[in-house]
Design a protein around this ligand. Structure first.
Ligand SMILES: [Ca+2]
Length: 294
C-alpha cells in the first residue's frame, strides 16, 4: 500500500510517494497556488521566475507535468478527472465555458513515454506522453532518466483538476478493485490561453476595500458582497509568448505550455496554437470536446 504526501517548500509542493517498503521519494514539483478547480493565482515569486524563463513546474493548460520517483517500479499511472472546466471567474456571458461535468470522475491512463521536440534551434527534446483508455505498465524511471514527464490528451483541459495515482504491477487486470495504489495527488490546470504571467486571479474577495478572500457574501461583513477579481486573462502577453514559441525563439513559452490545439495536443506549436491563444484573448470559450472511453 502506498500513500502520497505533499510537502510545501519554497513555493512548490513536492509530492512524495511513501510506499509499502517505507521509502519516500519525490513524485513531482507542484505549484502551491493551485486549488482544486481553480486557476492559478499569480504572485510576485512566479513573476520573477517567469522573467528567467517560464518555470516548467507550474500548472499548465493542456499538460500535466509529472516528476516521478526513481523507485516507483513497474507500474501504471492512473489519471482521474476530478473537476472539469470550471473557470474562475466564469467566462464572459456571450462565450460560456462548455459543460464537461459528465466526464468528471472518469479514468484515463498515461501511455508510453515519447521524445517530443522542445525547440529546433538548438535541437532539444522533452519527455512526453498521451493519455489513453487502457492501463499501461512500465518502468517509468528507466524510461525517463530523471526527466519530468509532460502528459496531455483530449481529457486534459483548462480550469480543471485531476488526481494522479501510481498503480502497482500487482494490480494488472483488476485495477478497479486493486488497493496496491498510491494515494491521489491533485493536479490543476490553468485558464484557457493563460500561458504566461500575469495569471488570472481566481479568488473572490470582500468588496469593502479589505481584499479579504471569501467564497460567498456570508464570509464578508454585513452589506458587503463577495466578488470575483476582474477577468483580465489571457492578455496580449500570452499571445506574444505563444507567437515566440511558434517562431522557435528562446523567449517563447515551452511547448507544454504553448501547445493547446487541437483536441489532442500534437506536441507542436503551430499557427493553430497561435489562433487558439488569440481566440482565448478575445474571450472565446475552450473549443474542443473530450473523447469518450469505451
Ligand atoms: Ca496571462
Amino acid at each position: 500500500m502506498c500513500t502520497i504526501v505533499q510537502k510545501a517548500a519554497l513555493g512548490l509542493i513536492l509530492m512524495a510517494a511513501v510506499c509499502c517498503c517505507g521509502q519516500t521519494a519525490e513524485l513531482g514539483p507542484r505549484d502551491v497556488y493551485g486549488q482544486p478547480g481553480l486557476d492559478r493565482v499569480a504572485e510576485g515569486g512566479a513573476e520573477s521566475a517567469a522573467r528567467r524563463g517560464i518555470p516548467d513546474s507550474h500548472p499548465q493548460i493542456r499538460f500535466l507535468e509529472l516528476s516521478l520517483p526513481s523507485n516507483l517500479g513497474f507500474s501504471a499511472l492512473r489519471v482521474t478527472t476530478v473537476s472539469l472546466m470550471h473557470p474562475s471567474p466564469p467566462n464572459v456571458p456571450q462565450f460560456p465555458a462548455p459543460d464537461f461535468t459528465a466526464f468528471q470522475g472518469q479514468v484515463r491512463w498515461v501511455g508510453p513515454v515519447m521524445d517530443c521536440q522542445a525547440s529546433e534551434v538548438p535541437p532539444s527534446t522533452f519527455k512526453c506522453a498521451l493519455l489513453q483508455c487502457d492501463p499501461y505498465y512500465t518502468d517509468w524511471a528507466a524510461n525517463l532518466g530523471g526527466s519530468a514527464l509532460h502528459v496531455t490528451g483530449g481529457a486534459v483541459i483548462p480550469s480543471s483538476s485531476y488526481d494522479v495515482q501510481a498503480v502497482a504491477a500487482s494490480c494488472q487486470g483488476h485495477e478497479d478493485t486493486c488497493t496496491d495504489v498510491s494515494a491521489a495527488t491533485r493536479f490543476n490546470t490553468m485558464r484557457w490561453g493563460d500561458v504566461a504571467v500575469p495569471f488570472q486571479d481566481p479568488t473572490k474577495y470582500c468588496d469593502d476595500g479589505s481584499f479579504v478572500t471569501c467564497t460567498n457574501d456570508g464570509d464578508c461583513p454585513p452589506g458587503v458582497t463577495c466578488e470575483y477579481h476582474p477577468l483580465t486573462q489571457p492578455n496580449i502577453t500570452d499571445v506574444a509568448t505563444v507567437v515566440d514559441r511558434f517562431k522557435d525563439l528562446a523567449s517563447g513559452a515551452p511547448v507544454w505550455l504553448a501547445d493547446m490545439n487541437p483536441q489532442t495536443p500534437n506536441f507542436k506549436v503551430d499557427i493553430s496554437d497561435v489562433a487558439s491563444v488569440v481566440d482565448a484573448f478575445k474571450g472565446l470559450a475552450y473549443p474542443f470536446l473530450i473523447d469518450a472511453c469505451p
